[in-house]
Design a protein around this ligand. Structure first.
Ligand code: FAD
Ligand code: 2HG
Ligand code: ZN
Length: 471
């Protein structure tokens, strides 16, 4: 190890090689405090060449490395194991915006750029970088790509994968693959870019990316509406998709229980809809035409929904501040859950046609088998992406409850997901949290193909081992 450190100090200045416990501590535990590990060192490179040189050394000494961005991921992908032999490679110093190309409508970002800085840079130039999620003030573009993050704009603009045109990646051999191209068409064989996106640091280290920009919408209207049941929320989505089509940029669902929790921990986040209905839906329409045009369309669709008894109440934000407060309410659910203590997360996708029966049956089974649990249910309904989170019964110690019941509760939910032909990871990834569940979920053939890819691209198993797939 000493030789490794000596050689490292020829690559990185000493102050960027953290080996003291107090210096390493902030990098060892994830945002949620769900995963903690030990690391032999934390390395903070600032260029792709430094990353490549570090990976070469790791390959030479057979030292495993764990790539890390903002450490906001929910599946423990960026947390090292407990051996103390792994090295964390945090990309936060690689935070340059390399280029904005207006004619091409692209922005080239280094992996350590904070998502919010990318959004701000795009907006300064009159463009929209549409990736948006609650952690945008701390997550980084490399982490977003590595997890193929989703968020609240997927309905209109797609996942991170859909926003990416080109990548620069350091391979397990320590070579730099320069795929930094801003092309919208490029059918030159296997799509290497798409292989690295969503691979959670197990196939390569993403160091930079070319991302798509879109013209900034000139008008945006946000509304909160009340629905009595999940079937009505889906009927409402269908109505909006038909009538507003590509103007529909947000469709988020929140249950009464999730907003009650919000209000308990953040009283200023109370639901403005009378009586906090069973289901509150946040809808956003955006357009490049006049404010009037979108407002009228929104009102017409809402009237239609009232007439069809799909909704029972609605409030349209009268200004940007109020619209932002609606979004804050939505984004605070995760924070309210964290205040309440550890919960069991299920980030799942269900075909919209099966969502109603999924929720009814899963809720029933959950209440029968785990009396008193609190089902905190919300999500990106427009994408069929549900956050089906389980909080322990009131008065129970979350740690003890989760230790005893976590596996059984995951089994119950994932069993229901399989029954509905859904996915056990919609947008958060696999990491270490879902490693054991993946094989059964993907099926033998798909899982074996994944292992073959991992073995081919990282034969020494030094890139984030035992995350996503074990070889
Ligand atoms: P990290 O957590 O540091 O890493 C995540 C994974 O990517 C790890 O496996 C890591 O090894 C790998 N990795 C990181 N950087 C690189 C790199 N440069 N090259 C290769 N591998 C790398 N997620 C959503 O999808 N949608 C949401 O709406 C959403 N909302 C959130 C709200 C809150 C409040 C929080 C705390 C999290 C939320 N997340 C959401 C989860 C999280 O923010 C995303 O998964 C995000 O993309 C992770 O980025 P990060 O920089 O924090 O990555
Ligand atoms: C969101 O949609 C995030 O707000 C977090 O994906 C979900 O807290 C969660 O489970
Ligand atoms: Zn989400």
């Amino acid at each position: 190890m000493q030789n490794f450190i000596n050689q490292l100090s020829q690559v990185l200045e000493k102050k960027y090689i953290l080996t003291q416990d107090e210096d390493k501590a902030p990098y060892l535990t994830d945002w949620r405090k769900r995963f903690t590990g030990k690391a032999f060192a934390v390395l903070l490179p600032s260029t792709s060449n430094e990353v490549a040189a570090i990976v070469k050394l790791c390959a030479q000494y057979q030292i495993a490395l764990v790539p890390q961005g903002g450490h906001t991921g929910f599946c423990g992908g960026a947390t090292p194991d407990n051996s103390g032999k792994q090295v964390i490679l945090n990309l936060k110093r690689m935070n340059q915006i390399r280029e904005i190309d207006i004619a091409n409508q692209t922005i080239t970002l280094e992996a350590g750029c904070i998502l919010q800085s990318a959004q701000e840079k795009a907006a300064e130039n009159g463009y929209l970088f549409p990736l948006s999620l609650g952690a945008e003030g701390s997550c980084m573009i490399g982490g977003n790509l590595a997890t193929n993050a989703g968020g609240t704009n997927v309905l209109r603009y797609g996942n991170t994968r859909d926003l990416c045109l080109g990548l620069e990646v350091v391979t397990a051999k320590g070579e730099i693959w320069n795929g930094i191209k801003g092309l919208r068409k490029d059918n030159t064989g296997y799509d290497l870019r798409d292989l690295f996106i969503g691979s959670e640091g197990t196939l390569g280290i993403i160091t930079a990316a070319v991302m798509k920009l879109y013209p900034l919408p000139v008008s945006q209207w946000t509304t909160l509406v009340a629905c009595e049941n999940i079937a009505s929320t889906i009927a409402l989505l269908t109505l909006f998709q038909k009538r507003a089509n590509s103007l529909l940029t947000g469709f988020e669902m929140m249950t009464r229980e999730s907003l009650n929790l919000n209000e308990k921990h953040f009283p200023q986040m109370a639901n403005p809809l009378q009586g906090n209905p069973p289901y509150t839906v946040l809808i956003e329409l955006s357009d490049h035409e006049s404010e009037e045009h979108v407002r009228q369309l929104l009102e017409t669709i809402l009237e239609d929904a009232f007439e069809k008894s799909i909704i029972s109440d609605a409030v349209i934000a009268s200004n940007l501040t109020q619209a932002n407060s609606f979004w804050h309410m939505r984004e605070h659910i995760t924070l309210a859950q964290a205040e309440e203590g550890a919960n069991l997360k299920h980030d799942i996708t269900i075909p919209l046609s099966s969502l109603d029966s999924f929720i009814r049956e899963t809720d029933e089974l959950m209440r029968e088998k785990f009396p008193g649990v609190r089902i905190i249910n919300f999500g990106h309904l427009g994408d069929g992406n549900l956050h089906y989170n389980i909080a322990p019964p009131l008065g129970t110690d979350p740690k003890t409850f989760n230790e005893t019941n976590e596996k059984l509760i995951h089994e119950l939910v994932y069993g229901q997901v399989e029954r509905c032909k859904g996915s056990i990871s919609a947008e958060h990834g696999v990491g270490q949290l879902k490693l054991d569940d993946l094989r059964g979920h993907k099926g033998e053939v798909a899982h074996d193909l994944m292992k073959m890819l991992k073995t081919a691209l990282d034969p020494q198993n030094i890139l984030n081992p035992h995350k996503v797939v074990s070889i």
